[in-house]
Design a protein around this ligand. Structure first.
Ligand SMILES: [Zn+2]
Length: 221
């Protein structure tokens, strides 16, 4: 994506710009009549258009775009459910990546169908969800179902009452806590000792060196 963004892929329009003379034909079309350009390969060529349509048609709000940079931004910025958001943000990168891999395969004499490209992109998106949300079951592998699944996801709420209890006679109870500004960030930790009447018998607090929330809680203990 960085190379696309900076126009640093060895595509014909870019090579021409740095004065390397070539007869340009794209690898993405079956009957190539087009020069190979970044815009053609990733956005406006037949294959790119058709692959992108498969992804945009189910999310809404990302119409056909004129510029690749604009398209990437649109995918990145677009508002949707928090569960779907990370997938939407990278979808554009996965699309470009697989289009690029198909282009290279064809440049070296191999073939790859549009369905195969979509299959690979779907696999990328699916694996992202699997690794990110380990607790989710029955995650669909196709984009339209995946969008529906993540948009409609409702977390299961369980309510449990939590209560502070007095320690037994001759025992003390120690409660700890920490507070941070940012994570990692400036932090402090504190603890309270209480007897079986619930009275504070000792307490202390101190500033700690900047650290993470987990380390701060551990330091408090
Ligand atoms: Zn083409």
């Amino acid at each position: 994506m960085w190379r696309i963004w900076k126009l640093r892929l060895p595509l014909d329009d870019i090579l021409k710009r740095i004065k390397i003379a070539i007869v340009s034909r794209c690898y993405c079309c079956d009957n190539p009549q087009h020069e190979e350009t970044v815009q053609h390969l990733f956005l406006i060529g037949n294959l790119a258009t058709s692959v992108r349509l498969y992804y945009t048609s189910v999310v809404g709000g990302i119409g056909p775009m004129v510029k690749l940079h604009q398209t990437v931004w649109k995918w990145w910025d677009f508002n949707c459910s928090p569960k779907l958001k990370p997938n939407k943000q990278v979808a554009s990168a996965f699309i470009c990546w697989q289009l690029w891999k198909r282009r290279n395969a064809r440049a070296h004499g191999e073939t790859m169908s549009k369905n195969k490209v979509i299959y690979y992109i779907n696999q990328n998106l699916y694996h992202l969800v699997v690794t990110r949300y380990l607790w989710l079951k029955n995650i669909p592998q196709d984009w339209p179902q995946l969008v529906q699944f993540l948009e409609g996801y409702k977390p299961i709420m369980k309510i449990r009452r939590v209560q502070w209890r007095y320690p037994i006679v001759r025992w003390y109870k120690c409660n700890t806590d920490s507070a941070l500004r940012g994570n990692p960030g400036a932090c402090s930790a504190t603890f309270y000792m209480r007897n079986n009447e619930g009275d504070v018998v000792f307490s202390s607090a101190r500033r700690l060196a900047d650290t993470t929330n987990i380390c701060a809680e551990a330091a408090a203990i």
